[in-house]
Design a protein around this ligand. Structure first.
Ligand code: HSE
Length: 434
């Protein structure tokens, strides 16, 4: 970056819902933002292939170009904002921008989860910044607190609600006794869930975000293949009813734990105490509970998506870069490798408590056979409740809560139980984090 710049030029890649929100903030608040940056911050160019979109949204036609080189190679552009989303071609554009000595701000969780470690190295090599606050938790400040404000801590645990769509669905299921498909339909009608919501529903979106946070928290590259993820589609209204009767809530949690030399990183539905703060996070909101050795327990809470919260994070990242340029500071934070060599604990090795729901024959000796299988796998039962029974089919639903047990043992025991004649169906099982 040349010294003595008189203004900071911004190039924007992607003018979808988030991109247009960001463009409007940059255009409507130019004076305020420039004052806070200590240097004029000017949106110079917006790249949009679709010529029909040029000049839409009340944005001056003159800002649009269909040619990526107009920002990747322009000497007027200092900071490129990438809001295309997805892995490709965002990866190629961001790499090229960094190679060309441009600072980059991105909201792209898939890009940062899959390539963040190498892109941060690339930024470091070229003495430029790569900032990605909006990639996790929308408007909630997380990346900067993890990189800077909590840097004195050893982070031991993250429990996080990182996907608003699934939290909305789960909230409706819990509060209105709705089944999954009905709650999903409502989320889609209200625009909270996309037409193809599988990344959200199956836990992949939360897994991307967990990879990004855990990589910073533990100072070691957490790859997508390290993360076990499972979505919410197996949950039924009755699971929420039974959870409430047992004083639990169900949430889709992204969990990262560091225990001795091991790291656990997983996303799946979890029973959590109804008294916990995370249990009270409803609707599309996100919340992140972090435990550090010095700071203790912290909660971040807010809107994890939407044009305005996301613009808050994206534009703040731009202003931080502009402030650094104005002050002649190179602040290209990269991931500081941990002094520890951690091993990722396979999912089969994790230990937690379990909720199991099964449909069985309603006659004597049934519980004895099931408890024997669990006992043979060193799974200790903490309670068994017989729920609804159906005299016509002579079946009953039972709910079993266990003490901590190994995941592999639970999986094997459930498979064996399923083969018993007296077990009609293993309807669900959910891990319990007290
Ligand atoms: N689809 C995400 C969510 C928002 O539902 O939280 C963007 O990360």
């Amino acid at each position: 970056m040349k010294a003595g710049k008189s203004s900071i030029g911004i190039g924007l890649l992607g003018i979808g819902v988030i991109g247009s929100g960001v463009a409007k903030v940059l255009l409507n608040k130019t004076d305020t933002l420039s004052r806070r940056a200590g240097i004029p911050v000017i949106l110079q160019k917006i790249v949009e292939n679709d010529l029909n979109k040029h000049g839409t949204l009340g944005i001056d036609t003159g800002l649009f170009t269909a040619n990526y080189d107009d920002i990747l190679h322009s000497t007027d552009i200092d900071v490129i904002i990438e809001l295309i989303g997805g892995e490709h071609p965002a990866f190629e554009f961001v790499s090229q921008a960094l190679n060309n000595g441009k600072h980059v701000v991105t909201a792209n969780k898939e890009l940062m989860a899959k390539h963040g470690y190498n892109l941060l190295k690339l930024a470091h090599e070229h003495n430029v910044s790569l900032r990605y606050e909006a990639s996790v938790g929308g408007g909630i400040p997380l990346i900067a607190p993890f990189q800077q404000d909590l840097v004195a801590n050893d982070i031991t645990t993250i429990y996080a609600i990182l996907n608003g769509t699934t939290n909305y669905i789960i909230t409706r299921m819990a509060q209105e006794n709705l089944d999954f498909s009905a709650a999903l339909k409502q989320a889609q009608e209200l625009g909270y869930a996309e037409a193809n919501p599988s990344n959200d529903i199956e836990g992949l979106d939360a897994a991307y975000k967990l990879a990004i946070l855990a990589t910073i928290a533990f100072g070691t590259e957490i790859k997508m293949q390290d993360i076990y993820y499972e979505g919410i589609s197996r949950l039924q209204a009755r699971d929420f009813r039974y959870a409430q009767e047992l004083n639990y809530s169900i949430k889709l949690l992204a969990i990262a734990k560091q225990i001795d030399d091991f790291i656990e990183v997983r996303v799946h539905p979890v029973f959590i105490s109804e008294d916990s703060l995370l249990a009270k996070v409803n609707g599309v909101y996100n919340a992140i509970n972090v435990e550090g050795d010095l700071v203790g327990s912290l909660i971040f809470y807010g809107q994890g998506a939407g044009p305005q919260p996301t613009s808050s994070a994206v534009v703040s990242d731009v202003i931080k870069i502009a402030q650094n340029i104005a002050n002649g500071i190179v602040n290209n934070i990269q991931i500081t490798p941990s002094e520890h060599k951690y091993t990722i604990k396979p999912m089969s090795e994790i230990e937690t408590k379990y909720y199991m729901r099964m449909n069985v024959e309603d006659r004597s000796g049934v519980l004895a056979q099931i408890s024997k299988i669990l006992g043979d796998h060193s799974i200790s039962i903490s309670s068994v409740i017989q729920k609804e029974s159906d005299p016509a089919t002579k079946t009953a639903e039972i709910v079993i809560m266990t003490h901590p047990a190994k995941e592999q043992a639970v999986q094997e025991a459930l498979k064996k139980a399923e083969n018993l004649d007296i077990v009609k169906e293993i309807s669900n099982f959910v891990r319990v984090e007290a």
